[in-house]
Design a protein around this ligand. Sequence first.
Ligand code: FIX
Ligand code: ZN
Length: 439
Amino acid sequence: MSSDTSRFPIGDHCIVERVRTTFDIQPVVDMHTHLYAPAFDRGAEDGDERLLLYGIDELLAYHYFVDEVFRVLEPGSLTPAAFWAMPTPERADLVWRNLFVERPPVSEACVGLIDILTSLGLDPAEPDLAGYRSWFAARDIDTHIDEVMRLSGVERIVMTNEPFSDLERPRWEAGVDPDPRFAAVVRVDPIVEQWPSACERLAAWGYDVREDLSGQTTAEVRRFLDEWIERTSPVYLACSLSPAFRYASDGDAPSIVRRLFDECLVRAAREHGLMLALMIGAKRAVHPEMRLAGDGLGRADVDQVAALARTHQDVTFLITMLSRENQHELCVAARKFSNLLPFGCWWYVNTTSQIREITRTRLELLGTSFIPQHSDARVLEQLIYKWRQSRRLIADCVAERYVLTEAAGARVTDAAIKADAERLLRGNFVERVAGWTAG
Ligand code: FIX
Ligand code: ZN
C-alpha cells in the first residue's frame, strides 16, 4: 500500500475504478448555481445586462479571477475603480494575459478554465482571446446549454432567484417561460441581513410593514414570500447569513431576526412544504471597491443553526458554511438534528484540498446522508470543470470508505455503489423536493 497518506488507503484497490466509473456517469442535480434559463434574457438588446452569463469574456470576468489578477499586477498600476471602468472584453484580456499567458495557470479557477477550453475542443494555449471569441459567438445558446449539461453530466440546474434584484425582478414581472432544464429558488437575504432597507423596499412595493415588526408586518412579509413562491414555484427557499448571524432571543423578547425566521421564513417553508437553505459565513464587502470579488468569510456559530433545527424539527434546513473551521461542528450538529442537511463545499472551501477534507469528515460522521456538492457556477461553462473535479474527489473519498468497509469484511456490490452515487449526486436533494420533475 502506498506510503502517501493523501491516497490512504485508496491505493490501487480494484473497487476504486468501479466507484470512479459509477460517479463519472451518474446524472447530477446541481442544487445551487447563479445560472439562469435563457428565457430571462429574451428580448434583451445589445448592451443590456444579461442574467445568463456564458462565453470566454464572462468566464474570465468571473470574480474569482478579479481577486487573483490584482495579486499579480504591478502594485498601484491599476485601481479597482479603473478596472471596473474597463469594458468586459478588456478586463478579460487583462486576466488572460496576466494569469494564463505570462505564468502557468495554477489556481483552482485557472486550472478550471483550462479544463473548460480543452473539454470544448479548444486549444488552451492561445496568446489572445480572438479565436475563443469567434468560437463562442457562433454558438446557439440553447444547443450550447445542452452540450455543457451533457459534458458536465448535469441533469438539472437550480437557479438563485432574487426578488430584491432590480435586474431580475422585472424579468419575472414581465413573465418568464419555464425551462425544464432549470429550477427556481426564492433567495431573500435582504429580509434577514438588511431588514431596515428591505422593510423600506417592501413598503414601497405596497406591503404594510414596519421596521419594528409591529402591526401586520410579519403577515405582510409572509404575503410577499407567498406571492414569490406562487410566481416562481421554487424547489426551496434560501438566505445567506453573515458569520454574526444570531437566532437567539434578546432576553425574553424574541429578536427581530428570530421573529423574521419563526413567523416568516420558516413558516413559509413549512406551509409550502419547502426546505429552507441557509448559507452561512459570508462577510459581504470586506473590500467594497472589488465589488462581487470583495466578499470575505468568517467563522459562524453553529449553535445558532442547532437552535433553529431544535425549534423547528418539522422543517428541513439545507446548510452550507463558508468557514473551514465550521465544517466538523456542522457535521456533529447534523448528527444531533436529522433535519439539518449539510450541502456543498461552498466558494472558498470549493478547492481540491477542502473538498477532500470536508467530504471525508462528512462520510465518517454522516455516512451518505448529506449533499456533497453544488457548483455555485456563475458562468455556464463552469459546470464542466466544477463537476469533473468534484465527481472525482467525491468518488475517491467514497472509495476510501468502501476499501475500509471491505477490509472489515463486508462486500460492496456494484448496485450498492450505483445507489450511493445516485443518492449523493441527486437523490438526497430531489427526494426532499415535493413534486420534483426531473426536468
Ligand atoms: O451567496 C452566494 O450564493 C455566493 O455563492 C455568492 O455570493 C458568491 O459570489 C459566489 O458565487 C461564490 O462562489
Ligand atoms: Zn452562490
